[in-house]
Design a protein around this ligand. Structure first.
Ligand code: FAD
Length: 402
């Protein structure tokens, strides 16, 4: 039996968990596993808003890939994927290397979707990686540090575009971070504005109304200015122009962070699969349409939930379950067995509003406050345990309550 070349692209939630399952499931004779990732480290995308605001350092949120994979079983390649050539079954890397595969797992995550809004790409930040998060943190800190020299009000205006999960979690972190920065740079906190702009009429679409109200009131009482039902029309070097019908208003701000939309990694669309917002609608076994050798998982994939008739939301919990199913299906393919349908279970979701407040729904039950904060820590710690066992949990786990 020929040893299969299994190539996994991306070491986020989807890629790293597929790798960990495969290294356990397959013998050396059955499959050679190669994992490619831009960075030598894995990070939890779900914690990037903390790194971007500066409430948690990025080093707490990254783990060397070599420390969690079995390096005797997995060949880790730090490189950037530039092109996937499906007809030739090969992947081109930035370094000039080419990797061949028998089976490919695409887990390259998301990109910001700017919906063609002029200036957003050029003048706003997005919370998409450790590098971007660090840039946002340093930009805000640097702007506060320069304030006493330039004294422009817009230096203290922090605009967040989008009031979905990421936008609201980031706003929650800013609420916590701003007093610390004000103390450090001798700035009157009442001069700082945290402004959240959302085209919809409400924050946190998809959440139960009582949770939406709870989060809205919590953040509003801490000074967040909400502009709901307003579209960002243009982003400029000076801030944003927002519109409601024919009315337009300029908000001057040195910091604009766009969280208003995401799409699948554009490399996926470039390899010829039909995509909607950069995501491939995968078959029930997670394989791409018309290609039995390619699995697409996580934020690059759309998988329909038969019960609701709607796609599963792009989320870490669904991605982790897909990764397990994907590894099992690769094993089944190698053994010539039938592939199983992957039906992830959506267990609920918890959104943080800073480190001391959170809201969520878990197994259909609404939780807020301390219960939700604890639940969020349990979710994060459970993941660390899955990733690197007790050692990693003890090193990186969140145990402090407040
Ligand atoms: P990712 O985990 O993003 O991994 C993609 C990987 O691919 C990264 O390591 C990246 O470096 C690598 N990569 C990208 N391009 C290349 C390339 N060209 N070459 C090589 N490597 C590349 N979901 C939840 O369930 N709960 C939450 O509380 C939650 N909170 C979130 C908070 C924030 C701020 C954000 C942004 C998202 C949140 N999500 C949450 C969504 C969740 O993070 C994603 O759905 C999940 O990360 C998807 O996993 P993935 O493996 O597809 O992508």
């Amino acid at each position: 039996m020929k040893t299969a070349e299994i190539l996994i692209l991306g070491a986020g939630y989807g890629g790293i968990m597929t790798t960990l399952h495969l290294q356990k499931l397959l013998s050396i004779q059955e499959g050679r596993i190669t994992l490619v990732n831009k960075h030598r480290y894995h990070y939890q995308t779900t914690l990037l808003h903390e790194n971007a605001a500066g409430t948690a350092h990025q080093d707490n949120n990254r783990v060397n890939i070599d420390e969690v994979i079995d390096t005797k079983r997995v060949n880790f390649v730090q490189d950037e994927v530039c092109e996937i050539q499906t007809a030739e079954k090969r992947v081109l890397l930035k370094s000039g290397k080419t990797l061949l595969y028998d089976y490919l797992v695409v887990a390259l995550g998301f990109e910001p979707a700017t919906f063609g809004i002029p200036g957003l790409k050029e003048h706003s930040f997005s919370i998409r990686s450790i590098n971007e998060a660090r840039k946002i943190r340093e930009h805000i800190q640097c702007t506060f540090a320069r304030y006493h020299h330039e004294k422009r009000d817009e230096m203290l205006a922090l605009v967040v575009g989008g009031a979905g999960f990421t936008g609201i979690e980031f706003v929650g972190e800013l609420v916590e971070r701003v007093p610390v920065l004000c103390k450090e740079y001798d700035i009157d906190p009442s001069k700082v504005r945290i402004i959240n702009i959302e085209a919809g009429q409400t924050i946190l679409p998809g959440f139960a109304p009582e949770l939406v109200n709870y989060a809205y009131n919590y953040l509003k009482n801490r000074g967040v200015e909400f502009y709901l039902g307003r579209m960002i029309k243009t982003c400029t070097p000076d801030g944003v122009i927002i519109a409601q019908g024919d009315d337009e208003e300029e908000i001057k701000a040195d910091t604009v962070v766009w969280t208003g939309g995401v799409q699948g990694n554009s490399l996926v669309g470039q390899c010829g699969f039909p995509t909607a917002r950069g995501r491939v609608e995968v078959r029930k076994d997670l394989r791409a349409p018309h290609d039995d050798h390619i699995f697409v998982i996580g934020d690059c994939a759309v998988l329909y939930d038969e019960q609701t008739g709607r796609p599963y939301p792009p989320s870490a919990q669904i991605t982790i379950q897909q990764a397990e199913g994907c590894a099992e299906n690769i094993k089944a393919l190698l053994k010539g067995q039938p592939l199983k349908e992957i039906k992830p279970e959506f267990k609920g979701t918890v959104a943080s509003l800073g480190s001391e407040e959170a809201i969520g729904i878990v197994f259909g039950k609404i939780i807020v406050g301390t219960k939700a904060v604890i639940m969020k820590k349990i979710i994060d710690n459970r993941y660390l345990y899955m990733l690197g066992g007790f050692n990693l949990l003890l090193k990186k786990g969140k145990f402090k309550l407040f």
